[in-house]
Design a protein around this ligand. Structure first.
Ligand code: AMP
Length: 201
């Protein structure tokens, strides 16, 4: 343990956190990366939606927060993430998207995973809105309705700062241009991963 990156070269042995605002493409890119690297992938948003669709107790607890564009409470989210990581990534390597989203979730994740790197997909606000409006017309996600989107973007703007700062301070974060075509973004991700140290936190 320690705060400085371990400058080991060779294949990246860390878990990969994809972060970015709603509409930044982190879910799509996380799926591509997980397939290409044969790693388990956890999207907390997808997992919540699957619980809601199955009518589980956790789904019922999460739904009203999601529909309002708010975050599901940390205790609920953290317990779900721990359970999922223990079952699907016993060796501690996974691709995460949509987690951690609060500073308390960062501290919790520190107790679960030792080695992480963070790729932050940066997309300008007008483009985020354009993508989310498009998704609302094709996707059928209730939280893509215009007023909920505004709430989610505002929440992200506030909550993401301390999360990004925590990883930036440890030298574990790379900001990447998330604009443009999806294969171009996937290439930028690969290039960034090739230059990141396998890092300890
Ligand atoms: P996403 O699919 O990542 O946009 O997530 C959809 C919704 O699920 C979010 O707007 C939150 O309500 C909830 N959610 C997803 N991940 C988290 C998280 N890490 N912490 C709290 N709520 C979350």
């Amino acid at each position: 343990m320690g705060n400085s990156p371990n400058l080991t070269t060779g294949p990246l042995a860390a878990s990969i956190i994809l972060t970015g605002a709603p509409g930044s493409g982190k879910g799509t890119q996380a799926s591509i990366l997980a397939r290409r690297r044969s790693l388990p992938h956890l999207s907390t948003g997808d997992l919540f939606r699957s619980h809601i669709a199955r009518g589980t107790e956790l789904g019922r607890a999460a739904q009203r927060h999601i529909d309002a564009g708010h975050y599901v409470p940390d205790e609920v989210t953290n317990a779900m993430v721990r359970d999922h990581i223990e079952r699907t990534a016993p060796d501690g390597r996974i691709i995460l998207d949509g987690f951690p989203r609060t500073r308390a979730q960062v501290d919790f994740l520190d107790t679960l995973l030792t080695d992480v790197v963070v790729l932050n997909l940066v997309v300008e606000p007008a483009e985020l809105l354009r993508r989310l409006e498009h998704r609302a017309t094709v996707g059928g996600r209730s939280d893509d309705a215009a007023e909920v989107v505004r709430e989610r973007l505002a929440l992200y703007a506030v909550e993401s700062e301390p999360v990004l700062a925590a990883y930036r301070d440890r030298g574990l974060l790379r900001d990447l241009d998330g604009a443009g075509e999806l294969h171009a973004v996937a290439r930028r991700i690969d290039e960034a991963l090739a230059t990141l140290p396998a890092a300890s936190c």
